[in-house]
Design a protein around this ligand. Structure first.
Ligand code: ADP
Length: 449
């Protein structure tokens, strides 16, 4: 097992990794920007190294500085968390070249799945159904029109290097398509340094269902069921559940089994999430994430497995030690992402936390790096806290969630807590009758076409 892990991240996930390490008797190194001197995980870590100024590109994305910190402190592994360098194949490669373990999959697998076109082609060849769309990249107006006419409108244009729901454009007719193609290529270049885009059929009422995979270095692979992440705004997840209210045990076994087989053939290792859209009883692969996900706690609550500890164990060379048969799903879990944003305008709301009261009690978990007096810096993403609630079934979970949301107080900044309070009481949410467009349509008057 590792003796010392460097945590190449910040915020709640850095704290999450730190706690996992501490329970396993592993020392931790926090690396942080100048803006994060007072961050909770920095204070709690065994060692801390400042790696640069506030701007992420000079600190949390600064590979030479992170490697230097790892060498100076004698870390034997690096945990990248999610975001920042978590899906940077080059980072994984240089960490390993410097004689340390990258807690994640191989650089080759990260690169394969980091490109949406190659990722789709790879899993399709492994027998997984993919969302209909262009065979490869779409560059010219002529190509775009041909693809759109062959599959029919509406269509979605996506950056092949994209992430975080950024740079997607929907088109309902030829005129919109040509504008959208030019815009999407420009935005992809600006955001991801790569203008390549692909086209997909734009599904009208799918749910976002993703399968959690865990694999060791010896070909043992299990799935840990699905998460339903259909409550989204601007293609970003707002509320996640495990298991999905609409997937039957037979469907879970079938799609989970397909993902496990594909990952075995690929020789995949570590944690991974195979993301699908699910419509009219069919699954369509959209992408695979080769890291721990923000929403991993809901899977932890229904399986009883600590995913971050499992991830660290398999990275250190431990065999899984259990099989698919040993995985039992119990109860229901929901996660609300509470962002430091206005709940109506979604304007970011950094600032000082004047008062902080977290809910508690049986089945209530809060993953957050906030504390009273902490100043949320304006430079990074707006996730402030994750409220994760467990119940013996979905109705019980929703009742507990309502209570927990009513107790949660974050003073001094705007948060999206009011949105979650409305959601928990909405009849469609109670019944589970929603899809990826529901939140925008019902709450924000979005996409009426
Ligand atoms: P990103 O990597 O930016 O997260 P994804 O491909 O994972 O992009 O898609 C993010 C979200 O965008 C999905 O959960 C879904 O809501 C929406 N989306 C993606 N592909 C489609 C599609 N073909 N039709 C409808 N919605 C889609």
């Amino acid at each position: 097992m590792f003796k010392k892990v460097l945590i190449a991240n910040r915020g709640e996930i850095a704290l999450r990794i730190l706690r996992a390490c501490r329970e396993m008797g592993i020392k931790t190194v926090a690396v942080h920007s100048k803006a994060d001197v007072d961050a909770k995980h920095v204070r709690l870590a065994d060692e801390r190294v400042c790696i640069g100024p506030a701007s992420a590109k000079d600190s949390y994305l600064n590979i030479p500085a992170i490697l230097a910190a790892a060498e100076v402190t004698g870390a034997d592994a690096v945990h990248p968390g999610y975001g920042f360098l978590a899906e940077n194949a080059n980072f994984a490669k240089v960490v390993e070249e410097h004689g340390m373990t990258f807690i994640g999959p191989t650089p080759e697998h990260i690169a394969l799945m980091g490109d949406k076109i190659i990722g789709k082609q790879t899993v399709k060849a492994l027998g997984i159904p993919v969302v209909p769309g262009s065979e490869g990249a779409v560059t010219t107006h002529k190509e775009a029109l041909e693809v759109a006419h062959a599959m029919g409108y509406p269509v979605l244009i996506k950056a092949t290097a994209g992430g975080g729901g950024k740079g997607m454009k929907v088109a309902y007719n030829d005129d919109e398509l040509l504008d959208a193609l030019d815009m999407a290529r420009m935005e992809a270049k600006a955001n991801f340094g790569n203008e390549e885009v692909l086209m997909e059929k734009y599904l009208r009422k799918p749910r976002h269902i993703e399968i959690q995979i865990l694999a060791d270095n010896y070909g043992n692979v299990v799935h840990l069921g699905e998460r339903d992440c259909s409550i989204q705004r601007r293609h970003q997840k707002v509320w996640e559940e495990a298991l999905s209210p609409v997937i039957t045990p037979e469907q879970r076994q079938a799609i989970g089994g397909q993902c496990v087989d594909a990952m075995k053939k690929l020789g995949y290792r570590g944690l991974g999430t195979v993301e699908f859209l699910y419509e009219d009883g069919k699954f369509y692969f959209i992408e695979m994430n080769t890291r721990v996900q923000v929403e991993h706690p809901v899977t932890e609550l229904v399986t009883g497995l600590d995913l971050v500890q499992q991830q660290i164990r398999v990275a250190s060379g431990d065999p899984l030690g259990f099989t698919q048969k040993d995985i039992k799903f119990r109860g229901h879990a929901i996660e609300c992402r509470i962002n430091a944003e206005n709940s109506e305008t979604f304007m970011p709301s950094p600032g000082t936390i004047s008062y902080y009261h977290v809910p508690g009690g049986f089945g209530v978990r809060v993953d957050s790096a906030l504390y009273a007096g902490y100043r949320i810096p304006p430079y990074y993403d707006s996730l402030a806290a994750k409220l994760i609630v467990y119940g013996k079934d979905r109705a019980d979970c929703m009742d507990r969630l309502r209570g927990a949301l009513s107790e949660f107080i974050i003073g001094g900044i705007d948060t999206t807590l009011p949105l979650h309070r409305k959601l928990v009481d909405h009849p469609d949410m109670r019944s589970g009758d929603y899809n990826i467009h529901w939140l925008e349509k019902v709450f924000f008057g979005g996409d009426k076409k």
